[in-house]
Write a protein that binds this ligand. Sequence first.
Ligand SMILES: [Fe+2]
Length: 172
Amino acid sequence: MSTQTIRPTKALRDDHVVVLDKLSTLGKAVKDLGSRDAARFHEEKGTIADILAFLEQDVELHLKKEEVGLFPALEAIMGRGGGPVGVMLMEHEDLRAKIAELRNYLNEDSGADVKQGTLAGIEGSASYICSLLTQHIYKEDHILLPMSEQMLSPEAMQEIADKFGELDKKSR
Ligand SMILES: [Fe+2]
């Protein structure tokens, strides 16, 4: 089913379920990495790299959908500024910075002699991403999306769904 034929808020909620599942895998893969040896890291590296690619591509597309589709529709009703949309936007930027940081740490690994500082960096940025994104999704699922479903007209919802469809097409 394409995003055009389902409510866009439902599409975002469905994405959240997938993201939370990946975050739980990432959390387990990086746990105690800073105090472990390089061999243990290399066992987990494939998992961490896969989830990082998911964050850079799938989660980035999800953030764009919210920024291009949902948030402007909410701001048209509530106005711009420090409201819930402002908080969500700040958290998106925080998240992107940490994803880039995790990418840098992961790229520092060039083989068997990965530094303990690199391992601690990977653990630190991945743990930050897990906790930030988990609580961000909680706020969206329990506050922002219910509010959107109450406030937005069927026409506004359709416009959002169309924008999601365009972004999906561009990402293919
Ligand atoms: Fe979201």
